[in-house]
Design a protein around this ligand. Sequence first.
Ligand SMILES: *[C@@H]1O[C@H](CO)[C@@H](O)[C@H](O)[C@H]1NC(C)=O
Ligand SMILES: *[C@@H]1O[C@H](CO)[C@@H](O)[C@H](O)[C@H]1NC(C)=O
Ligand SMILES: *[C@@H]1O[C@H](CO)[C@@H](O)[C@H](O)[C@H]1NC(C)=O
Ligand SMILES: *[C@@H]1O[C@H](CO)[C@@H](O)[C@H](O)[C@H]1NC(C)=O
Ligand SMILES: *[C@@H]1O[C@H](CO)[C@@H](O)[C@H](O)[C@H]1NC(C)=O
Length: 466
Amino acid sequence: MAPLSLFLFTLLLISSNTIATQDMEQQELLGLSEVMGSLLNDPDWPQAHPFPCSDTPWPGVKCEIGLSPPFFHVTKIHIGPDILDPPCKISANLSHSLLKLPYLKSLSIFNCFTSSSVSLFPALFDSLLYLEHLSLQSNPSLSGEIPSSLGNAASLRVLSLSQNSLNGVIPLSIGGLVCLEQLDLSYNKLSGEVPQSVGGLKSLSILDLSWNALEGELTSSLGQLQLLQKIDLSSNQLRGKIPLTLGMLHRLVLLDLSHNFINGPIPKSFEGLKNLEYLILDHNPLNSVVPLFIESLEKLKSISLSECRIEGSIPMSLSSLKTLTALSLSHNNLSGRIPKELGKLPNLDLLNLSHNQLSGEVYFTNGFVKKLGKRLDLRGNYGVCWNNNMSVVDSDDETPYCLNSNGGTRNESEEDSKKIQPAWNQWEDDHSSTSTRSNHPSWDKNLLLSFCAFVVEVVLCSCLLL
Ligand SMILES: *[C@@H]1O[C@H](CO)[C@@H](O)[C@H](O)[C@H]1NC(C)=O
Ligand SMILES: *[C@@H]1O[C@H](CO)[C@@H](O)[C@H](O)[C@H]1NC(C)=O
Ligand SMILES: *[C@@H]1O[C@H](CO)[C@@H](O)[C@H](O)[C@H]1NC(C)=O
Ligand SMILES: *[C@@H]1O[C@H](CO)[C@@H](O)[C@H](O)[C@H]1NC(C)=O
Ligand SMILES: *[C@@H]1O[C@H](CO)[C@@H](O)[C@H](O)[C@H]1NC(C)=O
């Protein structure tokens, strides 16, 4: 019995050894060594990882086994903040040897190219037929243009090149990426227009081109992207009108076009954005009004239209948006009254109406005013005053109490002449902090008491004399 088991054990050992030496094609192993050599600050990486797919793995490299022959292939390379040992070298570069890893599905490199100038080379997109996920993020020295060969990477599902220094235009060929679900080119120096060809990105659900230098009008082809849930084109130099076709994006949850030069009005077709939760358009010359149809967007959580040159009044219909948590309309030209119904929105937690030409009394409940605190901003509306039985007002708020009000208690002349008692109470409340809020003459209480005593004495004396 014993000799047999010994024999089996030896056989296993030998066979596992055989797999280990032959588990990868020589060319792929060499390619991986070169890629790692061009990235990492460890010349000994290849020696330390002779079998990177089996016996000597490294956390940033993943492999999958092929069918015939049953060799391992490198399918994923990841360099990022979760894998810091060894770190990237100062001269880190995106090596052409990546092309020796034809089975690569996912390549992600974060915060690695920081000093020596690195660029995307065209063959990267032509040759990696299985590449689904490419994230090269936060690499300040990754610069140059996005090659137009990008359109050949037909398997791409996620492309994130945000926070690099890429310049030039977005290549027209991008429209060929029919499997692309997420496109994030934010925080670069891209210029030119958003190409009309983006209409070809039929699978796209997230589009983020924010913080670039994109210009021109927004392409109406965006309306073809029926799966879009998020559009962020903020902080560019886009101008012209908002395309009507955006109203066809029934799945859209977030639309951020803030900080551009886009003109209004907000098209009526936006009635169709039934899933919209975030409408962020601040800092655009909309030169328009708050559209009445906005009440039909029942899922809205946040409306931000600050600094949009909006005029007219605040539509009362906004108060039918029960899910609303934030409403910012500051720095516009809004006039008229503040609808008190806004204060009844159950979820509202930020109301910024500052710097408009609103007027009239504010009738919010104390509970609402207390809940919002500093997130209720009515500053810079010189015609607005607090309804006078409002007792909790943030100390930063410049809004005065209303002077002429029915149902109030604060009639200065009345208080001064007839209601000296309440004035004393106030004086006592505010004793420690010399109150500037009250206009009442600051009687010295003791002086007043002695004066009364004097009057009583005089009266008593007169009686006695009589
Ligand atoms: C970086 O790699 C590319 C492509 O392999 C090469 O053309 C370029 O010269 C390299 N740059 C440096 C600084 O090594
Ligand atoms: C508001 O409207 C007035 C008159 O219509 C105009 O003079 C003023 O410039 C406008 N203010 C803003 C911030 O648009
Ligand atoms: C103002 O005071 C009256 C009577 O004290 C009260 O019924 C009313 O609810 C108050 N209004 C507000 C807006 O607090
Ligand atoms: C209201 O918006 C202005 C800018 O439009 C901003 O400066 C201010 O801080 C905002 N107020 C609050 C409470 O967020
Ligand atoms: C304030 O009180 C004076 C004197 O009682 C009265 O004549 C005046 O109508 C009052 N003003 C208001 C707005 O109630």
